[in-house]
Design a protein around this ligand. Sequence first.
Ligand code: CTP
Length: 430
Amino acid sequence: MLAASDASTVGIFLDTDPRRQAVCDAVRRLAVDAGMAAYLVGGPVRDHLLGVPVKDLDVAVVGSAPSLAQKLAEVLGGQLKVHPKFRTATVSLSQFPRRSISVDLVTARRETYSRPGALPDVEPGTIADDLGRRDFTINAMAIPLSGADSDLVDPHSGRADLEAGVIRTLHRDSFVDDPTRMFRAVRYEQRFGFRIDDATLADMQSALAGGAMATVSGPRIDNELGRLISERHPLPGLRRATELGLLAAIHPAMPTMAHWDALDGWSSVPPGAQPADREWPATWDAALFWTMTHDQVASLAMKNPYRTRRCRYVDMLKEGMPMLSADGLLPSEVCAFLDYPRPEASAVYALTVALAFAEPVAAERIRRYLTEWQDLQPHLRGSDLLELGVPEGPAVGEALKALRKARLDGVTRTRQDEGTFVLQWVPPSE
Ligand code: CTP
């Protein structure tokens, strides 16, 4: 259901969000002064009508977006980035407390595609042209920020689709022109609990059957996958993308439904061993590429150094599985493998993925690593060691390491045991 909010005044966020309202007011003043028409468009209009929090602001300008953006950056003290080729600009307003707001300004435009999957060729157009080039009806609405008339501009019945919870494209070739929209459809469907309209779904299937996904460059695929796993709850979207054949269309070795079914074991990961919120995307990334070899991932040419690195970790973890299943492995040996210092914390979080797929013996060891061994430290501290006669310097660190190993493997248990251990361990003085 839509929120009771009324888009018929320019005070769009007046009651709910003074920071965004202040930005809209500034855009309105500057647009009127410059004799341009400016509209709030796309995601913020959709989210505002839905009554969900609005993130960044998208503004369409009938005139010149870069010049309006420059003035906006000046009056609000934001950082300006202009993309002359597309006549767009971004103003980042980091002075707002809590989270910065980014304002994307586009020059209202008409788009044509020289070939499927390519970036579009653009030329200036009206607001109707600009809404008509967009992906879904729910993203093709605008609220005028300048001028006397502030009624919702909704030429494709986006508001009715929002109310009905339907994702619908504006024309039959939408997915062929821009196959990344298939991922976008899945994201919105799962995020809002909507459904993809039947005709839209049929168009998606025929675009896939026609090989549309192969026309998308690696970095654009990378971007879409990144956005999918950055959703609040990535698993339903990943499952849906798999079910619809989007992942298989990227590469046949990408995960199947069985992979995501196996990930249900993830729910048994104890809370203390769950990745922190900010690490979730990295962990999901590992899940996404778990079924692929490093070379297969490289063949996608995504050119994302983080992903390349993460894929190496995933390879390392997969290679380590037989070792982690071996008979008689000591806890300290498990730690020696999993503790290995890596440039990214995500490596450790990726282990939670391994947990879901590993052999039971390895899985149990990883679970104990994450919940017990990882943070297990000796009872004695460096100062205790000095008192016991360990010479100052590197020997203290060595002794602490040896003590941790002894505690992990059950050689020592109490503080007293550790004292005895250290006295035996102390290197003979000269
Ligand atoms: N858009 C489009 N086709 C695409 C990408 C974007 O038509 N392949 C349009 C949509 O109208 C979208 C707007 O550009 O609303 C801005 O794109 P983006 O910031 O990616 O979308 P949001 O709707 O803001 O999405 P989200 O809520 O996921 O940030």
